[in-house]
Design a protein around this ligand. Structure first.
Ligand SMILES: [Fe+2]
Ligand SMILES: [Fe+2]
Length: 153
């Protein structure tokens, strides 16, 4: 599939998210091997930062994508419904925050990103109009990087 720039901000964030998924797995293994350890102390800053400020804007930016896709295929579309229910579960697991929930989150987030890369993003590339794709770039950047300079408007 031809590489198109309009999903780049979200695709770049997926690299970070997958790294966090790996870190959670590694930290969980370390914690299991060291029963004396304190879970909070052992979780890396990177994981905490991602859960606090990386995940939610990413989910919101993608939900704006779904609003762009829905007029083309209806809100009952199976992929849109899967996206919304995956996001709901990911938010709940992040909020729960226990080790077990975070390990589950890392597995679900990994599968979810795979679904977006192989199914949702190719659909968006095929379906959205050029004007809608330009709108996606603006919305994604504003949602992911709220303090980014807006330029002349
Ligand atoms: Fe997502
Ligand atoms: Fe995503």
């Amino acid at each position: 599939m031809k590489r198109e720039g309009f999903l780049e901000p979200l695709a770049t964030a997926h690299h970070d998210a997958l790294m966090v998924c790996r870190l959670i797995q590694q930290e969980a293994e370390k914690i299991q091997d060291n029963v004396e350890g304190n879970i909070q102390d052992q979780f890396s800053v990177k994981i905490a930062n991602y859960l606090q400020s990386g995940l939610e804007p990413h989910l919101q930016a993608e939900e704006k994508l779904l609003e762009r896709l829905a007029p083309h295929c209806g809100d009952k579309d199976a992929d849109i419904r899967r996206m919304r229910s995956d996001h709901r579960r990911l938010r709940n697991l992040a909020r729960e925050g226990s080790l077990e929930a975070l390990v589950r989150l890392s597995q679900e987030l990994h599968d979810h990103i795979h679904f977006e890369k192989t199914r949702l993003f190719p659909r968006l590339k095929k379906t959205l109009t050029p004007a809608e794709k330009r709108g996606v770039v603006t919305e994604s950047v504003q949602t992911l990087f709220p303090s980014f300079p807006r330029g002349r408007e």
